[in-house]
Design a protein around this ligand. Sequence first.
Ligand code: NAI
Ligand code: MG
Length: 373
Amino acid sequence: MAKHRVAYLPGDGIGADVLEAARLVLDTLGFDAEYVHGDVGWQFWCEEGNPLPDRTIEMMRTTDCCLFGAITSKPRDEAAKELAPELRDRGFVYFSPIVRLRQVFDLHTNMRPCKAFKGNPLNYRDDIDIVVFRENTEGLYSGVELHPVPREVMRFLADYQPKASRFINENPDDLAITLRVYTRKACRSIVTQAFEFAKKQNRPSVTVVEKPNVLRETGGLLVGEARDVGKGYPGIELWETNIDAMCMWLVKNPQIYSVLCAGNMFGDIISDLSAQLVGGLGFASSANIGDDYALFEPTHGSAPKYTGMNKVNPMAAILSAKLMLEYLGEAEMAQVLKNAVARVIREARVRTYDMGGSASTTQMAEEVAKYCR
Ligand code: NAI
Ligand code: MG
């Protein structure tokens, strides 16, 4: 029996190409795993009215973790038009499989390393080494939304918060509400993980990114927990920065930041910004981590125009595989993999199109694998 059991979900578009590339590198490293293929993505939406069939979730429950490629998502009405004719008008509504997976497996922590590898022509600077910790299941993305907003809801809200009364007379159809829901538990968990990580890696600071001067209640809760948790880590500075200023500072002085920690939406924003500083989508890896399960994926989407072309940069997927190795306790393999990636980028012999080269996805993976033997 293999040592690890990994759910393998390539999904749509370039997902298959980049996961194959990651597999090639993992196999060369001697990573001992059984991969179990899972159905997910557009095809299953069109054919079954469900982009994440139950059988896939059941299968995942028998595995240690998941390697995920990418999926194609479309707005509700567009998606409805592509359903098989016999499934139309039967109440199927498209949902994002990746958002659902984060909820089903309570993958509360999204971790995204943004490290500039020396010699990458796409680096904004060569000395950036940021790791983003983003709360992954609540905040503005909790899905608690209303449109139209019934008048009684507004009246009810106004009873508790007079500021809501100015909206009472709006036409319900002309009003939309999205709730930003924070729990103390999730706030505490995300800042604790950020500090624990900083401690493990000897990092000097954790920056909590919020807007507590305006979003007093939710922002205040997260920052309050960060201050409290931070007391337990005397060697690590806690910096508190507003999201708007953070975007400015990340462009001005990205090299002074180390660990960033934020709620769901601000975390989403700063992780894309940080990723672009170190090479963009072709390099952006991520781990979605829960208490008993984890899913590793490049942050890019399915890039439909490159489907089946074996052209895109596999580094994001390969670096996601590195995060998986660390999660599974294969620290030595993870280190070899990281060194191999660094060397391939530094030597600059093999580069995909986004880096100004013409190598294929497979060639890039083979070059990394060469240094993993
Ligand atoms: P995308 O990330 O798929 O691609 C945007 C562009 O970035 C591509 O056209 C390509 O030029 C470049 N790119 C992406 N990955 C690359 C790589 N590995 N190497 C080199 N260049 C790369 O985003 P887009 O076009 O907005 O979305 C396409 C589909 O993917 C949509 O259906 C969207 O909903 C979905 N999506 C899925 C995500 C996921 O699976 N987690 C995340 C983001 C988008
Ligand atoms: Mg995003």
